[in-house]
Design a protein. Sequence first.
Lengths: 192, 153
Amino acid sequence: MTETLTCPKCAATLNDELAAPGAPQPCRSCNRPLEGLIFPAYHRPAASGKTAEALVAAEDAGCFYHPQSRAQAPCDVCGRFLCALCDVELHGRHICPSCVGTKNPKRQMAELDGGRILYGGIAIMLAIVPLLFFWPISIITGPIAIFFSLYGWRKPRSLVRPGSARFIVAIALGLIQVAVWVLAITGVFKSL
Amino acid sequence: MAATPYKKFPGRGRGLMNAATLWDGGDHLLMVEAHLVSESYRRFYYKDIQAIVICQTQTGFITGIVTAMLGLIMGASAFFTPTVLSYLLGTIAVLFLIIGGLILVQGPTCRCMLRTAVQTQELTSLSHVRKALKVLRQLQPKIEAAQEEPATR
């Protein structure tokens, strides 16, 4: 355990006691009603880190990053041999620290994603915002909205809302804007 | 495009340009902070969650009362102003009273903190006690199953 449980409001120590959910008790320091749950993980001692095993025989394979340490598994992404220290276990897969850091830009491991760009959101903003504030720039932003929709269609989408609705709406609005501009410009040329 | 494996928990924390939500990822709790054109993710594995603490605050009560008071003041001043302006003030007063009422009806606000061995994270999507308790009731069996023991108090 690295630190004790504290009150979210005044940071006073709670002495590992919390009132049951639905029956709050005042904090001894700030008097704010507190409730919640303490789970078994709170009482468990912190797990000690792994240590790499040294090479004992010449025929033992060494770790790619620590040649003096015995390899225990290959990286499931790049195939490099890994010692216990370098082996990052993720949902049954063995991954080296380098792949965790560098391969994930390709979004091969969704569980490591710290964030995503929402191309659908960009496209829909480009399709709608100019119409609300300064419509003449829709001559530029309409086609750009279509471009972002098509560009982002195959890119990784939101982890929680991966639908296509935003892309479809943005493409439809972009096409309508382009069509209106084409009709307006051809109309002007015809009248000349 | 494959369907998402995540299921949403109640609650949504709103900022000016962002919103925070909580999702059940099977073996972890996913906190999503959505900005205008991007999302950022934080994962809390159920086996690592040590405690969830809910602390009631008076933010909602004070905001609701102040908003309703502003509505009442505007409503009162509407009686002493020329006709056109009184309609405008009256409309704004009604809006303030409705917003103030809605804030008060939502119940007491809170700060909800999730604690693991290496961090204490505020769950900004759980800003009302009622929602926080609802989510806690849904989370409890999942965390207990992951840690293979019931929670203590």
